[in-house]
Structures are given as C-alpha cells and as structure tokens.
Design a protein around this ligand. Structure first.
Ligand code: BGC
Length: 531
C-alpha cells in the first residue's frame, strides 16, 4: 500500500459523520438530564450554588490562582466596574513530579510558594505593610483580617462543592494522580500552606475554570440574556452553563437564593459517555486509554482535549513506523526524497515516548500552507528529531493530524449544541434577536487553526440548530477567564463573609451591584485590598 492510501484509510477512521453527531447530541442531552436527577452519573452535573452572572459593574482588587492542567498562574485583578479590568500575573509550569506527588501537601506547598513570590514581586508594599502590621498589632490572629487579600482559587478538576470556599476532590484528571488528596477539601489544603508562610491571603472562593470563564465573559460582554455557557478546550475540556432550578432534581445540601430561578452547573463533560455508547473509538483511542492514569474515565476528554490529541497522533505514527508495507519517514535512497536527502529519526526521539508529541505541532501542521510543507518539516525536525522528512511524509502526518483535530472539533460541537438546546434560548420568543453567547478559553480553541470554524460547520447540521441557529450562536474567547471569574466570585465571597451565611454568592453579587450601582464590595474590604 502506498503511504498516501494508508494515511487516507487511517484518516477515515477518525470521520465522525453528520448522523453520528446528531446521535451524540441526543445522548448528551439524555446524560445531561440524568445528571440533574441523581448523583453518580457519567456527567456529574455539579451544582455550583452560583445563581446568577455578573453584569460588568463589579469593582475591587482581588487575587486569583489557577491550577489548570499544565501551568499554575497567580494573578491580581483590578475590576474597574465598567466591564474592564487590569490583570497582573505570573505563570509557572507545574513540575511533572508534583502532578504525581506522594502527598497533596507537596503540591500545595509549591503553590503557596508561588503566591509568596508573586506578592513579593508585584505587591511588595502590601506585603511589607502586612509583615509590619503582624509585628505591631496584637489581635487574636496577630493581624487585622481586612488587610488580607481575598483569593479566588480556580481548581480545574472535579470537585464536590459544599460551600463558597469548600469543596472535596472527586477525582484527578489530565495526568494528575495524588490519591492522598481525594476526598479532601482543596481550599483547606491551600490555606494551610499559605498560613505556614504567613502570607496575607485568605482563600475566599473555590471555582472551576469553566465557571470562571462563564463569569468573566458575562462581566466583559454583558448582554440582555447573559452568557449561557463557559467552556474550556485546552489541556482538558469541560463546560459550565446556566440551568433552570426547576430542572435540577437532585437534592442540594447548601442554602442558596432561589430568586433568580437559575443555577450554574459544572457539567464535568469530560466524562460524557464513559460507557462509549456514542463516542467513536479507534484502536489508538483504546491504546491511549489503557496506558492512562485513569482508564475508562474522561472518555470524551480523551478524544477532544489538547493533552490527548497529540498522544493519539503519536500512537498512530508509531504504528505507521512499524508497518513494513509503507515507507513512512523512510527513503530507499536520497533520490526518493524530494529534498534529495534521506530521512532519519534520532534514536532518542520523543516520538517513542508516551506524551512525547506535543499537540501544538498539530496546529503547525494545520496552519502550514507552504507548497513543500517546510514549516511543518522544520517542526518535525526540531520537536521530534525527524531529519529531512519527505513531502509525502509531511502530507501523511498533516492529513492524519487534521482528521484527529476535526473529529475533536465535531465532538466539541456536540457538547455546545446540547447545552444550547437545553437552555431553550434558540426557540424562546423573548430572545429572538439576541445572540446566544458562549465564552471559551484554552489552547486548542485559541490556537488550533479552524477549530471554531469546524465547530460552526458541525453546529449547522445539528437538528434543532441548523444554519440559522448556528449563526445566532456567538462563541467568543474569554481570555484569562478563569482568573477574572475567580476574582469576581472572591469579590462576592468577601461581601458574604460579613453579611450572610448562605451560599448564594452571586445572588449577593447582583443585589450589591444594583444597590451600589458601581461598588459591589464592602468599603473596608476594598480599601484593605488596595492599601
Ligand atoms: C476537569 C474539569 C476542568 C477541565 C478543563 C477537566 O479535566 O475535570 O474540572 O474544568 O479539565 O480544565
């Protein structure tokens, strides 16, 4: 078989037809509803106790940290109250060994250390003043509570939320595996390490990155109907959306404000269809899952998100290299190579190692429109140690990579479509001229060329959406969504500490914003953060 024929046949195995897409949307809606009825289902449908979205008038200085999949970010955010904000941040890659540390304490100590470094670098005045106050003020805690930064903790893993700054880890995803942390309150784990360093920081709110994205998008692009979905297509994937309380049938432990009639639900859609009733499964999907830290779990995520797409491609490539019947990254001699050289793969190429192919190269492949695919061939050399790959090799690589990326985009459309249909906004007569606003973030949706175009193409063929419906769906990047969103929730939490004991922090956010028009944070908390 020629390489071209073989690569076409492999690419075809990643086709996900219009019929498949429609069938999956129906199943997604079924699993979505199942998760609203009871616990322990494939889609966790975690109630967040957030019962409204911001309107852009919120104000104050807050901190946020974001433990995502690949990086840890520390930021301070000045919300200006006019839909704008200023953000200062630092970012550090999470050391691989900490993702699988023996104890949760090791990971959280590292996080607290990064917070300390950030404060020293960006908020030295505040930090120094705090240290001085600690030496001079003899309150029971040694210092005044209102001089402490309120911090929103974006923790992008499935958590059973039991309060505004309390939640226990259900399971790890995205290659993290620290069994010691399961069932523990992640806010308490972080606060303990912050306290050991005597930092002026209180973990005020616990937020999933999708909820943060939804909040941030609503703050910066407020519309008549508000944003309906916050979604991440990055290292992992997930979505949080605004659900009618009347559809939420499972019992809720905490108190919350029922006046908005809505609640934000963290779907944890990475685990959609773990049973594989509608998800596609190639031999490479099976192999990836088997070698993962969590076989049988996050099956949708393993076909959609950035952490996994490169690994699927790598497994295909390794199989192709083993195939004696096709010449892939192999030349008979220099005359069969269009660059008149011979292809050579370095012995220690990362292509032979699990996770050794970074999904970013798939973006390079998709974007390369040069006649000789020279950009991609350069990257194959730099990243994978493949010297002088031929044009036919690069074409095969590109077409297989594209098939994997396209399948991921079409699967992403399944989740988006199901949520849009679930909200009923497309058919709501009161909403006919309004766009259906969706905030997204993550490396895949931001950097993979045509990812959003492919999502739209799939949305247009979905029953109940169609080309007209697809046009009304506005998918916009909410950059830094999780940081700003966490700050917004920390803002309300700061108010709640003083004024209420319920868990309805965004109900509070709304009424504060209404009452004060511009200032939603109590005077003293705001001054304290700013001084
Ligand atoms: C986690 C979600 C998170 C998503 C995106 C998934 O692996 O389970 O909680 O929102 O990644 O970061």
């Amino acid at each position: 078989m020629t390489l071209e024929a073989e690569s076409k046949s492999i690419a075809a195995q990643f086709d996900y037809s219009d019929g498949d897409v429609n069938k999956a949307v129906k199943e997604f809606l079924r699993q979505l509803d199942e998760g609203l009825q009871k616990d322990g289902t494939s889609l966790s449908q975690i109630p967040t106790y957030v019962t409204g979205v911001p309107n852009g008038t919120e104000k104050g200085l807050y901190m946020a940290v974001d433990l995502g999949g690949t990086n840890f970010r520390v930021c301070s955010i000045q919300l200006n109250g006019d839909t704008t904000f200023n953000l200062t941040f630092s970012k550090v890659a999470i050391p691989k060994e900490l993702m699988v540390a023996k104890t949760a304490q090791e990971l959280f100590a590292f996080l607290a250390k990064q917070i300390e470094l950030f404060l020293k670098e960006h908020h030295e005045d505040h930090f120094e003043q705090h240290v001085r106050r600690r030496m001079t003020i003899s309150s029971p805690d040694g210092f005044r509570d209102e001089h402490v930064f309120r911090l929103g903790f974006t923790f992008s893993f499935p958590v059973q939320q039991i309060g505004i700054n309390k939640g226990t880890l259900i399971r790890w995803t995205k290659g993290f595996d620290i069994p010691d942390a399961i069932g523990k309150d992640v806010c308490a784990l972080l606060q303990e390490e912050i306290d050991k360093l005597h930092l002026p920081v209180k973990v005020a709110a616990l937020v999933n990155d999708t909820v943060g994205t939804l909040m941030a998008r609503s703050y910066s692009s407020p519309g008549k109907t508000g944003t309906v979905l916050g979604a991440i297509f990055g290292t992992g994937t997930n979505g949080a959306y605004v659900e009618k309380l009347s559809n939420l049938k499972k019992s809720l432990s905490g108190e919350f404000d029922k006046s908005t009639g809505e609640m934000v639900i963290n779907t944890e859609w990475g685990s959609f269809d773990n049973q594989l009733s509608v998800l596609p499964s190639t031999p490479w999907d099976v192999a990836l899952d088997k070698a993962s830290t969590n076989p049988g779990i996050q099956m949708y995520e393993k076909r959609v998100s950035g952490m996994f797409l490169g690994e699927i491609l790598r497994l295909v490539i390794v199989d192709l290299l083993k195939n004696k019947d096709v010449a892939f990254f192999k030349d008979e001699n220099s005359s069969s190579n269009d660059w008149k050289s011979t292809t050579n793969i370095v012995a220690d190429s990362s292509i032979y190692k699990q996770w050794g192919l970074d999904t970013a190269i798939m973006s390079v492949a998709a974007a390369d429109g040069t006649p000789e695919l020279s950009t991609l061939r350069g990257e194959l050399e730099n990243q994978l140690g493949v010297h002088a790959a031929g044009l036919d090799d690069a074409q095969a690589f590109k077409s297989i990579a594209f098939a994997i990326g396209r399948r991921a985009a079409r699967l992403s459309a399944v989740a988006i479509a199901a949520i849009v249909l679930q909200t009923g906004k497309l058919t709501d007569p009161a909403n006919q001229d309004e766009p259906i606003d969706i905030g997204v973030d993550g490396s895949l949706v931001e950097h993979y060329p045509y990812f959003r175009d492919m999502i739209y193409e799939a949305l247009a063929i979905i029953d109940g959406i169609g080309p007209e419906g697809a046009k009304r769906i506005r998918i916009g990047i909410a950059k830094d969504g999780s940081g700003v969103g966490a700050a917004l929730i920390a803002l309300v939490a700061a108010g709640m500490e003083k004024s209420m004991s319920t868990q309805d922090y965004l109900g509070e956010l709304r009424s504060n914003a209404k009452e004060n028009n511009l200032t939603a944070v109590p005077e003293d908390a705001e001054n304290a953060a700013a001084d």
